[in-house]
Design a protein around this ligand. Structure first.
Ligand code: SPD
Length: 290
């Protein structure tokens, strides 16, 4: 559980700190508070910060910032999109800020994207205050369902999607049930036989136990589990991980035409980054081989 946060009055010139699992602290200088509300699920704030511009904070944890979100969203999405056998039907669980949908909808091969977000306040606040993430909402291929992703994956038909993205928070509060075998097995059931599941798998430094447990759980369900790594400046320890899980997908078989299209506008992703990101550091290799 994250440490309880003392109530602080935020204003121009205040420092705002994320205390991460009572282990580390990272702070940003604030210019303004653009939005602050308590929804049925969580506390949602959008802070205008000096370095990162508008930053979405949920229950005191940094989620995404306009001037750094490309690292996370490009890396969650593009390794799967540039290598998947098929991409017509895509599902996003979470992702109410819109960044993941924006990255997916760069690809003309996508026919439909369903986004299942539990909290409408996240969607409304980000649409109003983080416009660079909100460009996908007017795309007719995108359908927003406000609801519980865990319940959604239980009731959908087998083989409904080519790719599923899990774009959740840390495994506390409403996101807790998104980090377990039952949920992963439901996602696998929804995928076509050559489909791919892409998810954020936390900090390999500060959440090493969570990372290793997630790899082991995914391996019980999927034949192929390929973690990869990259920067996420607002997240604890900066180094972040994502994972592609599947039965048949080739995570390094990049389709050049798709990658070239992404490279025209991407701020971080390119084919060299893609290949390098799947290199597993020695300390993790040893733990994962045990
Ligand atoms: N420690 C924060 C992890 C949050 C990961 N998801 C962010 C959602 C961005 N779309």
């Amino acid at each position: 559980m994250p440490a309880p946060r003392a109530a602080i009055r935020l204003s121009m010139g205040s420092w705002y700190y994320e205390t991460f699992e009572n282990k580390t602290r990272y702070g940003v200088m604030i210019r303004d508070v653009l939005f602050s509300a308590k929804s049925d699920f969580q506390k949602i704030e959008i802070l205008d910060t000096v370095h990162y511009g508008p930053v979405l904070v949920i229950d005191g944890i940094f989620m995404t910032g306009e001037k750094e979100e490309h690292f996370y969203h490009e890396m969650l999405v593009q390794p799967a999109m540039t290598t998947a056998a098929h991409m017509a039907r895509v599902l996003i669980i979470g992702g109410g800020d819109g960044g993941t949908a924006r990255e997916i909808l760069r690809h003309s091969g996508v026919q439909s994207v369903v986004i299942v977000e539990i909290d409408p306040v996240v969607v409304e606040a980000c649409r109003a205050h983080m416009p660079t993430l909100a460009t996908a909402w007017s795309d007719p291929r995108l359908e927003l369902i406000i609801g519980d992703g865990i319940a959604y994956v239980k009731r959908k038909d087998v083989g409904s999607f080519d790719i599923i993205f899990l774009d959740g928070c840390d495994p506390v509060g409403p996101s807790e049930g998104l980090f377990n075998a039952e949920f992963y097995a439901d996602c696998k059931r929804l995928l076509t036989s050559d489909g791919v599941f892409a998810l954020q798998t936390g900090s390999p430094i500060l959440q090493q136990e969570l990372f290793v447990d997630t790899m082991r759980t995914l391996k019980e369900i999927f034949q192929r589990v390929a973690p990869y790594f990259g920067p996420a400046p607002l997240y604890a320890s900066d180094q972040w991980s994502w994972t592609l899980a599947s039965d048949r997908h080739e995570h390094l078989a990049i389709v050049d035409e798709r990658a070239k299209l992404v490279e025209k506008t991407a701020r971080y992703y390119n084919r060299d980054i893609h290949r390098a990101a799947f290199a597993v550091p020695n300390n993790l290799k040893k733990i994962l081989e045990r």
